[in-house]
Ligand binder design. Structure first.
Ligand code: RIB
Ligand code: CA
Length: 324
């Protein structure tokens, strides 16, 4: 089994990602770290605890509370107007403050997520894949505190960024926009990085029919995933309708599936990616040099520009229905 660590800002799609990683027979989920993002850290931590407890895995999957603020992006006047908890950006309630699961009765571990990450990676055989699916604040902080972890991380599968697709601003994707400096630190770390951007996640959508199937055959995880699909689709059809209005992206779940079966990603290309940290109109933008227009820039990541929707929904159903 592949050892993985999830870093999340739970959120409805993070919740599906956690359930897939926890239930997959191919993955050994060592722990889940929460970070400020879709909501403030208290909410994202509570939501993460709800998912782990709902699965009945509280004694197997520890939750570690992480950073409550981006590194610096809320400090510059006018850049984020001091908004640390970006819940106010969730205008169409794609997530809600709390995921619709029973309130958690379990607590996060004592140790801060960043120090647990460093400790776990430094003690490892270099056989852990990180799967960050929220702002990259925790991962960047860990790299700054202990740069040697870069040699101990097997690879990083990031949900974030966009080549031709955006969501939170006309130029940026949410995870990279919340903490652009963190995204830049991670992308320039020299680690083996694959980025799963909106160009891929907007292809790997699940439908209301998929929700009905998951509710019928997917057990507890399937029922929860069905409710998250319906909740998300109600918001997306107003805020950012997909080609088929009855479908909705489950961004973070695709990053987990990509670790299980890389074939779910398509049009994967090694390229140079930079992140705009200038704080202006394109703040947090992921600049992907897909056409190799820069002459002097080394490729630093792999970017998936598409995804196999049918394989993605097949994987989700098989894992939720206990067949994979
Ligand atoms: O832009 C999509 C990403 O932003 C997803 O990770 C979603 O959970 C939000 O964090
Ligand atoms: Ca997320």
């Amino acid at each position: 089994m592949q050892k993985v660590i999830l870093d999340v800002d739970t959120g409805t799609d993070d919740a599906v990602a956690i359930m897939l990683a926890a239930l997959s027979k191919d993955l050994d989920l060592l722990g889940v770290c929460s970070v400020n993002g879709n909501r403030g850290i208290e909410f994202t931590t509570e939501n993460t605890l709800r998912v782990v407890e709902y699965l009945g895995l509280a004694d197997k999957i520890p939750v570690y509370k992480g950073c409550s603020l981006p590194l610096v992006s809320t400090l510059t006047p006018g850049r984020r107007d001091g908004i640390p908890a970006t819940g106010s950006m969730d205008k169409n309630n794609i997530h809600g403050d709390y995921v619709e699961l029973p309130p958690a009765t379990i607590k996060p571990q004592e140790e801060h997520a960043v120090f647990w990450l460093i400790d776990t990676l430094m003690k490892s055989e270099g056989d852990i894949i990180l799967i960050p699916v929220g702002p990259l604040t925790n991962i960047a902080m860990a790299l700054r505190i202990e740069p040697r972890i870069a040699d101990k991380i097997q690879s990083i599968m990031i949900m974030g960024g966009g080549y031709r697709e955006v969501n939170i601003t006309p130029s940026a994707e949410f995870n990279f926009w919340v903490d652009p400096e963190a995204a830049k630190i991670v992308i320039d770390s020299g680690c083996d990085i694959t980025i799963v951007p909106l160009d891929a996640t907007h292809k790997a959508v699940l439908s209301l029919d998929d929700a009905d199937e998951l509710e019928k055959d997917g057990g507890a995880a399937g029922k929860a995933t069905a409710s998250f699909i319906r909740h998300r689709q109600a918001g997306y059809k107003i805020w950012q309708p997909m080609e088929d209005i009855n479908t909705v992206p489950i961004h973070d779940a695709l990053a987990v599936c990509a670790v299980i079966d890389p074939d779910v990603l398509q049009d994967l290309t090694s390229t140079y990616v930079d992140i705009d940290i200038a704080g202006g109109a394109s703040d947090g933008m992921s600049i992907c040099d897909i056409d190799k227009r820069y002459k002097d820039k080394e490729e630093n990541v792999k970017v998936a520009l598409s995804a196999d929707k049918d394989l993605f929904s097949k994987m989700v159903k098989e894992i939720m229905c206990g067949q994979a």
